[in-house]
Design a binder for this molecule. Structure first.
Ligand SMILES: NC(=O)c1ccc[n+]([C@@H]2O[C@H](COP(=O)([O-])OP(=O)(O)OC[C@H]3O[C@@H](n4cnc5c(N)ncnc54)[C@H](O)[C@@H]3O)[C@@H](O)[C@H]2O)c1
Length: 283
């Protein structure tokens, strides 16, 4: 394995975290966004996160500057030709992701692995948009990427042993602990988490308790670092809904069915932290 440059497509909540972690681990990073304005806002998210790490004493100023120096941005995926690994982190939309996979397959050297950070879309479906299904897998990071230690590696039906092995080594270089899951919606963590989050929203919708009390109960009673409604705001309500919909379609079980309140909040643009308001107000 000789991976020097990692291409990351999408510089939103997750993409910007993946960019930061790759650059902090010594890789050169090329990040692609849909347009210049989105690229600039994604890169400024990376800069702010690095600044925060410096302020909190978790990273030296020189190391932060060196990490920034390893990152370049583009709005044209043709610029990914030199990448030794690509990680796709665009919005959770199967058509969009398949288009990106198709394009990356045309641009990247044939031996280069293409990973997706998808939370719920089948790796086999994404791989089918390429001529290298053995070199496609899921690399599912957790939010916030620089903080969360877990990386789920998702093995598609045609993913090779070598691809899994290389991804595991990259994960280690990024300072993550890797686990391997089958190509099944939600993998390990979301398979367990999504029904829990939806139940919390249903409980709030049914008037069981205030949102603060639901969150406090879970935070203190289950020793979770934060309550489920706060977590929904952090993950993004649109992402939560998209994942739940895919899981409900796949498994057909009521526990994966999104409650009306979640759908209404997403329709109203209350997406959580990223939009400034979700269950709580961040403005
Ligand atoms: N939010 C989470 O906690 C979380 C956790 C793990 C995995 N994921 C997965 O990560 C992926 C991204 O989620 P997110 O929360 O970062 O969403 P997000 O909306 O914050 O970011 C998605 C980014 O993709 C960009 N994008 C859209 N079209 C593009 C294109 N054609 N080319 C380049 N960039 C494009 C958007 O401009 C946006 O910046 C999804 O697949 C999601 O399921 C999310």
């Amino acid at each position: 394995m000789n991976i020097k440059t990692i291409g990351v497509v999408g510089c939103g909540l997750m993409g910007s975290g993946i960019v930061e972690v790759c650059a902090r681990s010594g890789f050169n990073v090329i990040v692609g966004e849909a347009n210049q304005a989105l690229l600039e806002s994604g890169l400024s998210r990376v800069r702010k996160s690095l600044d925060r790490a410096v302020e909190r004493g978790k990273l030296g100023k020189a190391d932060a500057e060196a990490a920034l120096g390893r990152i370049s941005g583009t709005t044209d995926l043709e610029d990914f030709a030199e990448c030794d690994l690509a990680i796709e982190a665009v919005s959770e939309d199967p058509d969009l992701k398949q288009k990106i996979f198709h394009k990356l397959d045309q641009v990247l050297r044939p031996d280069v692995i293409i990973a997706s950070n998808t939370s719920s879309i089948s790796i086999a479906v994404l791989a089918s948009a390429t001529q290298r299904p053995d070199r496609v897998l899921g690399m599912h990071f957790f939010n916030p990427v620089p903080v969360m230690k877990l990386l789920e590696l998702v093995r598609g039906i045609l993913t090779s042993d070598e691809t899994m092995d290389i991804a595991r080594q990259v994960g280690q270089q990024l300072g993550k602990t890797t686990v391997v899951a089958k190509d099944s919606p939600g993998f390990i963590v979301n398979r367990l988490l999504i029904p829990f989050l939806l139940d919390a929203i249903r409980a709030y919708e049914a008037g069981l308790a205030s949102k603060e009390d639901i969150d406090t109960a879970v935070h203190l009673g289950l020793a979770h670092p934060m309550g489920p409604l706060t977590l929904c705001d952090l993950v993004g309500l649109d992402t939560t809904l998209a994942v739940a919909d895919v899981m409900y379609e796949e498994f057909g079980e009521p526990r994966f069915k999104a409650p009306p309140l979640l759908r209404q909040m997403v329709a109203a643009g209350l997406l959580g932290r990223k939009s400034g308001r979700g269950f709580y107000d961040y403005s």
